[in-house]
Design a protein around this ligand. Sequence first.
Ligand code: PLP
Length: 389
Amino acid sequence: MSTNMDRRQLIKKSLLMAGGLSLVPGLVNQLGAKPINSCYRRPYVSDFSTILDGPKVLKARLFANENPFGPSPKAKQAIQDAMAQSYQYPFMFARDFMQTLASAEGLAPENLLISAGSSEILLAAAILFSQKTGSNVVSADPSYEDLPATMEEMKATWKKVPLTAAYKLDLDAMEKAIDGNTSLVYVCNPNNPTATVLEIEQLKSFVDRVSARVTVFIDEAYIDYLPDPKANTMIGAIKQGKNIIVARTFSKLHGFAGLRVGYAFGQPDMIKKLSSYTTGFAGISATSLHAAMASYTDTEFLKGALEKTLASKNYLYSVLKAEGYEYVPSSTNFVIFPLKMDSRQFVAEMEKRGVGVRFWQFNKKEWCRVSIGRMDEMEAFAAAFKEIS
Ligand code: PLP
């Protein structure tokens, strides 16, 4: 935050929150939309049988694309160091953190929104882009459903565009699906659950054309797993003034899924609009903010986590190959592969053996998505898989 105005806005927002005012339900009421509660937001939560109903202790927790090698020792130390001061609202520290993130990308704090995980930003975008009656959102299918599913719940139409034969987003078909009522195009790159990544030049030219007509939301939750994230991020297009939002999270490679830190870059007016539907920095604990600052520059930890993830992933590939299974080559910390049995039954059988994974059904096939865990977890997966496959 560089100006007094920005600081005043930050303080005003956090005082609102400190006073116990819940912003989102009030705003939703103003919009005339259905009120939000945690069940309402996630109609697909029933798929998470492992998480909600499964055994509390698993040998391998491979269903949520977390990074079991994190958080970094420096992040843990930062949490301890920040504890004593954590009776304070982290106004100034949040400003410094935002300045650090923005400067690293050559942008200003006005281009940036931070929040308790990127889910809050997806929710804010869903609220913002559902406002106009009759609006629709275009996304790939399958892809990460949170944002478009929430928009659908808020009465927008969800236009689902099948993936290409290589399980990548079909950008040409997505562009064709856009019409005069499209308020948002959601692009998850790399894509969850298929772990595929787009050719960056193809994505850039898509953004050049499409963002002139409609806002493009690019979810880069898994970008840190690519060999060269800087060459693949679309943050550069924000510097060129494009009408896009780029969301990022510390939940994946940084190992912060439970600490909750996410952020998004966009044009200052868009960030302002999105901000009014989030709690912003006031939703993030001071300890998590300090941890994120420490993790952000801990290149040694990030490199180590990437190497261990790759070793576990290569081991998983070898297990699948040995059992006669194909898989979609992964650019992330999870792998999806087609099953030879009912996917729900497969997940239940794996769960009985202490291994949590997720099921999918698309392209008339049954699929399993396995997150990449520690080597002992991948070995537990392999042992259970060999019994079932
Ligand atoms: N975007 C994608 C593609 C995800 O897979 C996830 C979580 O798995 C999220 C966003 C939300 O992550 P968080 O709210 O933890 O930042």
